[in-house]
Ligand binder design. Structure first.
Ligand code: F6R
Length: 240
């Protein structure tokens, strides 16, 4: 793992942007693996800015997102499809038909999940952006998830629902289930960039880098990947 400690969250976003912009410039039809959550928003703002300044084009870019809540339609302002449109896709020249987010409203959720696994296999990601949960989750792969998992339905841990309650009117409105790309699928990306900021990520970042490689810390699976950049601010790096 290549660990890069930056002064603050803005510098984390600057660094992540630098790497992703280089990939898009070198390969205009790159496949991007994208994440939701607050941490990558600074990166997405910079990608929008790069597009507005004419430095980047997303016309041939395709994307695959990590996860989606079960039960929230695309029009719900807390669905991850809505988040991606609002924070990135609506502001760049990407073909939305080429942007993929797992489906959380299918009648047969596992069948839709299996289709997503096949889609991911047919679109090898040049780079996968990841955040990390305070409990060490990546995507919605909670502690205990087998490292050989593909896209599947998960019951969210109470700690994850609490962490995400800030986006909803109350914790009762946070969905109890989600569909997530599995750890094996995530590790298939050619390159991985994990971004983390803030003191509430310090334990998870420490365990990912220095703890045992174990299902207790899903992010520790990334140590089995040959090309991972971990970009963290000083707060998230506090325990390293
Ligand atoms: C989002 C995702 C989650 C988040 C993680 C951190 O697609 O997969 O694993 O990356 O929960 O979220 P933030 O960035 O909001 O702290």
């Amino acid at each position: 793992m290549n660990v890069i400690v930056c002064n603050n969250a803005e510098a984390v976003a600057d660094k992540a942007y630098e790497i992703v912009a280089d990939i898009i410039t070198a390969k205009p039809d790159a496949v991007l693996g994208l994440a939701t959550g607050s941490t990558p928003v600074g990166l997405y703002r910079r990608l929008i800015e790069g597009y507005r300044q004419g430095k980047l084009s997303f016309r041939k870019i395709r994307s695959l997102n990590l996860d989606e809540y079960v039960g929230l339609p695309e029009t719900h302002d807390q669905s991850y499809r809505y988040f991606m449109n609002d924070n990135l896709f609506d502001h760049i020249d990407i073909d939305k038909a080429e942007t993929h987010v797992p489906c959380g409203t299918a009648d047969d959720l596992q069948k839709a999940a299996d289709e997503y696994t096949r889609l991911a296999a047919s679109m090898p990601r040049d780079v996968q952006i990841l955040g990390i949960g305070s409990n060490g989750h990546i995507a919605f792969n909670e502690p205990g998830t087998p490292f050989d998992s593909e896209t599947h339905i998960v019951t969210l841990k109470e700690s994850t629902r609490r962490d995400n309650a800030r986006f909803f009117a109350s914790i009762d409105e946070v969905p109890t289930h989600a569909v997530t790309m599995g750890i094996k699928t995530i590790l298939n990306a050619k390159k991985i960039i994990l971004v983390a900021t803030g003191t509430n990520k310090a334990d998870a970042v420490y365990n990912m880098i220095n703890g045992p490689i174990s299902e207790d810390c899903p992010a520790s699976a990334l140590r089995n990947h040959p090309d991972v950049d971990v970009i963290v601010d000083r707060d998230a790096a506090a325990k390293l």
